[in-house]
Write a protein of this length. Sequence first.
Length: 145
Amino acid sequence: MKKMGKGRINLSQAFILMEVLAGLFLLGLLGLVGLSILTSSYSHFNRIRLLTEMNYLAESVYERMSSQDPYCKELLDELSYRDELIYLDLDGEVLDKYEVRILKVREEDKLMEVSIIIKYLDGEGEGLDVEFKGSILKEEGLYHY
């Protein structure tokens, strides 16, 4: 075996160094791609969670309006005069996060078609709206015809 001079690197040691550097590069690249996928997934998960929460809120408002409790009877009576209302009978936390608008789509003798629009007020979900449409049966003598 040949002796190498001081400061010289053996050819097999150079290949090992190159393999280690290439492995570290590939590991870093995989880590970067994995981190990117995780961040994107988290962002999409947040958006889906918000949309699900907004759908639930819209359905809850519709069900409450259909049950015609005293607040909703008053609200529906006012909606027969106006085309749009803001629903305010919500928890403070929900009111800070969402705006709930009720639009009268069409009114007939026994039915009132409404559209409930939930708008997200925070900045992270810009342009996030949910619309829920339904018909509410009028009780006799409750609303102005």
